[in-house]
Design a protein. Structure first.
Length: 290
């Protein structure tokens, strides 16, 4: 029988601990929560499962596969994100190998000298960890854990011990709370400071940081930059925070945000029901008589 619940009551960290200690094999699926209008035994809002948010797979207590529903989790995207493929190479490979599964594609890439076996394993490993650390930071959402279920043979499974994942995940949860507090709104934009060339002299940036920098423009929101680079909310916050602290970018309001806020305020004022003059007069008379 599947294990069901909400990570609000039984966190992803606790689930991973359970899987690790019991050496279980199975798939954890986390969903978007849809309020039912009812209360649970703890007085919280009952949620039913909506769209899938993430899927995490374990084999004999080890993490072997993970995917976020709103990201491209295919091998080409994973290698491009890790800097093992250029954007042009990734585009060309996608066009030529549309129906090829990840295992077969890995062999083709190795034989064509696009990537080594070590490159592929390291890139997949990092992708799995990025997904899992994101899931561990979530505080709400229905989940189902189904024993014994594994993905098809077309997926590349990379076993990772959970002990260090759980420790690192706990550290990142604390970091994530600070990042959300510092960058609460992903609809803000980025711009370069004055004299950007001077700022960037001698700076060594990672592949992800350079990709974010290439999209820096007050017209591009942080959310849009994340989507363009296949990054999660926590990943983009981490990169933006680092760039900002180094003085390489500034967080600004995108064009039109203030106008939208003013328009919204005017709409709210216009929507407010007018107060009748007779009511106002009566209130004034009442106050004068006190």
């Amino acid at each position: 029988m599947p294990l069901k619940g909400n990570i609000r009551d039984f966190s992803a960290t606790q689930l991973f601990n359970l899987v690790n200690l019991s050496r279980r094999t199975g798939t954890l699926t986390v969903f978007e929560g849809i309020p039912t209008g009812e209360k649970d035994a703890m007085g919280g809002e009952k949620m039913k499962a909506g769209k899938e948010r993430a899927r995490v797979v374990f084999k004999n207590g080890k993490l072997v596969h993970a995917a976020l529903a709103d990201q491209d989790n295919g091998l080409v995207a994973v290698l491009e994100k890790a800097g093992k493929l250029t954007a042009e190479q990734a585009k060309r490979i996608r066009e030529r190998a549309k129906q090829t599964n990840d295992k077969a594609l890995a062999m083709l890439l190795i034989n064509a000298n696009y990537a080594t076996k070590e490159d592929i394993v390291a890139s997949i490993r990092q992708h799995l960890l990025d997904v899992v650390y994101n899931v561990m930071a979530w505080t709400d959402g229905p989940f189902v854990f189904e024993d014994g279920t594994l993905p098809g043979n077309d997926h590349i499974l990379v076993p990772i011990d959970l002990e260090n994942v759980i420790i690192e995940g706990a550290r990142r949860i604390r970091e994530a709370e600070q990042l959300v507090e510092h960058i609460p709104n992903l609809d803000m934009a980025l711009k370069f400071p004055d004299n950007p060339r001077e700022k960037f002299k001698g700076v060594h940036l990672s592949v992800e940081e350079w990709r974010v920098v290439s999209f820096v423009n007050p017209k591009n929101t942080i959310r849009q930059i994340a989507k363009a680079n296949n990054m999660s909310e926590m990943e983009i916050r981490r990169v933006v925070y680092g760039l900002e602290q180094a003085g390489l970018v500034e967080i600004v309001k995108p064009p039109g945000m203030e106008n939208k806020a003013k328009t919204s305020a005017r709409s709210r004022r216009a929507a407010a029901p007018p107060v009748q003059k007779k009511v106002v007069s009566k209130l004034i008379d009442k106050i004068k008589s006190l």
